[in-house]
Design a binder for this molecule. Structure first.
Ligand SMILES: Nc1ncnc2c1ncn2[C@@H]1O[C@H](COP(=O)(O)OP(=O)(O)OP(=O)(O)O)[C@@H](O)[C@H]1O
Length: 595
């Protein structure tokens, strides 16, 4: 969503409101610095006036008639001016730097927190690399702008005001001509920038796409190598990178045109001061000291405007970054009321249907209920909707229609983090974090004691393999657990889910990567851990679910049949045929399980 420049800037100011004392005092010191910065030029003019006019000089008129005293006074004033300029420079610099650090830190934290709280629906529409680029590059742009860019803007504004006032005070007849270029420069710069604005947004978007591609491609490096697709990936990066290069080039081509134009406009102001001011001085209508001040100050007044194009380009870039950041804050977040209600484990699906992003529905009119402590299982072909059902249960997505209840509370009324704290979930592809085995097991449940961690690992049939690792529970498992096998990762994920003693344990194909013996061990532990606890199981291997109190067979998003293992076998329907398939028996109705 595109916002005008001023609105992004205003919103940025609003976000920085808690730090307004810092940015207001930094602005004040920046302005003072620009004022003190002009003093040497004015003192030079006074020096010229002193040596030319001597006893009739301005200083003599102020009562300092002795020439030596006049020179000493000039020296002292110069020292004071430099001292004040240096002091104000120090004061504004530390304030802007301080603000830049605070803002980049706060923005990053707030943006990250917002992304964490955003709904999975809105999050899944974002590309991870693009989010990374916003959280890193765009925030860094803002940091650099506050460190350096903003002072340059103040320099242009401050110098224009101060020098303009001095000009009008000393020589209004020349001031008019020198000031005329300023609105022309500002107007043409703004016109230019308006034109350039979409180009800069385009650059940031293209940079985001490069980031998104890199993140995705590096994550899939193993797949790329195994499929010998390095050249394909290289070509894709080349395309994204070229698009970024072209976007930058387009902006630079137009942006670079502005500086030469501005220089010509500035030249006219300098020429007027030089020639017209010189004529007035020769005709003795202008003091030679004033003429000197004007010559020096014309440069000081107009020269910063050659940088205005760069400043505006930088400003434009930073506002594009700010806009991307602010757009991130508009991602809808999960509704999270504060009421953390303890649940007993009763789950009710009341006529629930769901479709992802308005696609064809993945679940149709599901109605079922479990009692606390019951173990229920969902089986069905790939794509039948089993994982989707769990995603709804975890509140990752809300039903398109119908209602889900935990005990008697509808999921929309519950605090989702509060609910999830009571659920132990093991996903199909468990994600492990950089750190030790123990840290991974207690992840999100820091209060876990070492004994609880070991107990959970034992119940997940993970203790033996952990003890065989060089550092045991302190072994670092590498990024995303890359030092572990698939089955080891699954067992750690099960330990992580059970260590927190969840009211409801949800296992989505949690043993798909372990061998039969380990599965048996896990199954035995689960029947022990599962006592008095609601358990939801999803498994393709029916041996994992046959002890469940109730098995639901999903077919194309609907419940095709339900019952216990024994009941379902008697029906000779989908389940019975799946069972026969897995037992190596002859299928009576293959058409039921093969689409
Ligand atoms: N994020 C998503 N966006 C759009 N469609 C999705 C998404 N996730 C799943 N689907 C679709 O929803 C349907 C059900 O998928 P789901 O992952 O729930 O099946 P499943 O029964 O768990 O399959 P499997 O046994 O292979 O894990 C499928 O048609 C799938 O293409």
């Amino acid at each position: 969503m595109k916002k005008p420049l001023a609105s992004s800037f205003l919103q940025l100011l609003l976000y920085m409101r808690p730090f307004r004392r810092i940015y207001l005092s930094a602005t004040l010191y920046s302005f003072l610095n620009k004022l003190f910065d002009l003093m040497p030029e004015i003192l030079l003019g006074i020096a010229v006036n002193t040596v030319v006019a001597r006893e009739q000089s301005w200083l003599a008129n102020l009562g300092f008639c002795d020439l030596k005293i006049q020179l000493i006074l000039l020296g002292l004033m110069t020292m004071v001016a430099y001292g004040l300029e240096s002091l104000s420079e120090y004061l504004f610099s530390i304030r802007w730097w301080n603000l830049a650090q605070i803002v980049q830190h706060n923005f990053r934290m707030q943006a990250f927190e917002h992304v964490q709280k955003s709904t999975i629906t809105s999050f899944s529409k974002q590309k991870t690399g693009n989010l990374l680029s916003i959280l890193n590059d765009d925030i860094n742009q803002l940091e650099r702008f506050l460190e350096e860019g903003i002072d340059k803007i103040i320099e242009v504004i401050g110098t224009s005001i101060f020098v303009g006032s001095i000009f009008f005070f000393l020589a209004p007849q020349i001031a008019i001509f020198v000031v005329i270029p300023i609105p022309i420069i500002i107007y043409s710069t703004f016109r230019f920038q308006k034109k350039l604005s979409p180009y800069y947004l385009n650059i940031r978007e293209k940079a985001g796409l490069v980031g998104a591609f890199l993140a995705n491609s590096l994550l899939g490096l193993l797949a790329t190598k195994s499929l010998v697709a390095e050249q394909l990936e290289k070509k894709k990066l080349e395309k994204a990178s070229m698009a970024y290069k072209d976007a930058s080039f387009n902006a630079i081509r137009w942006g670079a045109l502005l500086v030469p134009i501005i220089r010509f406009v500035i030249l006219s102001g300098i020429l007027v001061t030089l020639i017209y001011g010189g004529k007035l001085t020769i005709e003795q209508k202008l003091d030679v000291g004033v003429y000197s001040i004007l010559i020096f100050l014309t440069q000081r007044l107009l020269w910063p405007f050659t940088e205005i194009a760069d400043i505006m380009i930088n400003f434009q870039r930073v506002m594009a970054s700010t806009q991307r950041l602010l757009n991130l804050f508009e991602l809808p977040t999960e509704n999270s009321p504060d009421n953390i209600v303890p649940i007993k484990g009763r789950i009710t699906f009341d006529d629930v249907s769901f479709s992802y992003h308005n696609h064809t529905p993945s679940l149709h009119n599901l109605t079922f209920a479990t009692e606390p402590g019951q173990h229920i299982a969902f089986v069905g072909a790939t794509g039948a909707g089993k994982s989707t059902l769990l995603h709804l249960l975890l509140g990752f997505y809300l039903p398109t229609s119908g209602k889900i209840f935990f005990d008697n509370k509808e999921i929309r009324e519950l605090s989702l983090p509060g609910l999830r704290k009571q659920l132990g979930f093991v996903s199909q592809e468990p994600f492990l974090f950089e750190g030790t085995i123990a840290e991974n097991i207690s992840y999100g449940y820091v209060e876990a004691t070492p004994e609880q961690i070991i107990e959970a690992a034992k119940n997940a049939a993970a203790h033996e393999f952990i003890m065989r690792l060089p550092e045991g529970y302190d072994t670092i498992i590498g990024e995303r657990g890359q030092n572990l096998s698939g089955g080891q990762k699954q067992r750690l994920a099960i330990a992580r889910a059970i260590v927190r003693n969840p009211t409801i344990l949800i296992l989505d194909e949690a043993t798909s990567s372990v061998d039969n013996a380990t599965e048996l061990a896990i199954q035995r532990s689960l029947s022990k851990i599962g006592q008095g606890r609601t358990m939801i199981l999803i498994a393709h291997r029916l041996s994992m679910v046959k002890h469940a109190d109730k098995i639901f067979v999903l077919k194309k998003g609907s419940i095709a049949e339900q019952g216990t293992h024994e009941e379902l076998l008697q029906h000779d329907n989908v389940y019975a045929n799946l069972w026969k398939l897995q037992m190596g028996e002859t299928l009576t109705h293959p058409e039921l399980i093969i689409d």
